[in-house]
Design a binder for this molecule. Structure first.
Ligand code: ADP
Ligand code: MG
Length: 219
């Protein structure tokens, strides 16, 4: 599902670089990514999602060469193939929860806002314990509620690849396990693939594989 080869990337200020000779994730795999803060975990997720582009090397997701698409195609690729739970959620504060969850459908023709989608919003919100918060503005949510809203938004289009950047980070232990259950359920139901950055070492045994990020660092 993810196939990375000879990847090199550096931010323009030149202070941080990632070098990944090879990294593969097979379809249906649940992979945890660990590593200290600042080691480039978020950078890698952004590269896989096509938010950043590598300087050299190739990134394929679902056989699509993400690194070779133009900007518009990369955006459509991301919206249709990738469910991204951002570390800082990236909710739109002035929209309510439901409109945030539906937002990807409203900004691209690549997703169709059919009738069944609304029913699925209700179902997802219910599973996430957010059913009674759909009309609440995003800036009136707690951190944990924002996180759950962001997860609903990421899962709504049945993405084949779920990238979760510390998606359990702001939750209490019981909710952590619960959120992971829900992410895993979504992955299993749709034969999706999960790459999840986490600092919760007690959750690691539940993943198929753990990738330690320090191995990728290039200076
Ligand atoms: P992690 O998610 O593992 O904490 P990040 O991928 O967010 O790490 O960041 C890796 C390094 O890249 C850090 O040193 C960070 O300061 C730097 N960095 C992140 N974003 C940018 C950016 N837009 N421009 C320059 N440097 C950045
Ligand atoms: Mg990060």
């Amino acid at each position: 599902m993810i196939h990375i080869q000879s990847l090199n990337f550096a931010y323009r200020n030149g202070e941080f670089g990632l070098s990944i000779p090879a990294f593969d994730v097979t379809q249906g795999e649940k992979v945890a990514v660990i590593g200290p803060s600042g080691s480039g975990k978020t950078t890698l997720l952004n590269l896989i999602a096509g938010i950043l582009t590598p300087d050299t090397g190739s990134i394929q997701v679902n056989k699509i060469s993400v690194s070779e698409l133009n900007d518009a195609a990369r955006r459509d690729f991301r919206i249709t193939h990738v469910g991204f739970v951002f570390q800082d959620f990236e909710l739109l504060d002035y929209l309510n929860v439901k409109d945030n969850i539906l937002h990807p459908y409203r900004i691209t023709g690549a997703l169709k806002l059919e009738k069944g989608v609304h029913a699925r919003v209700a179902q997802l919100a219910n599973r996430m314990g957010m059913a009674d918060k759909l009309r609440r503005r995003a800036d009136d949510l707690s951190q944990g509620e924002k996180q759950r809203a962001a997860i609903c938004r990421a899962l709504l289009p049945y993405p084949k690849l779920i990238l979760a950047d510390e998606a359990t980070g702001n939750l209490d232990p019981r909710n952590k396990a619960h959120i992971l259950d829900l992410l895993f359920e979504a992955v299993d139901e749709h034969q999706a693939t999960l790459l999840a950055v986490t600092h919760d070492h007690e959750l690691l045994p539940r993943f198929d594989r753990v990738v330690d990020f320090q191995d990728f660092r290039s200076g």
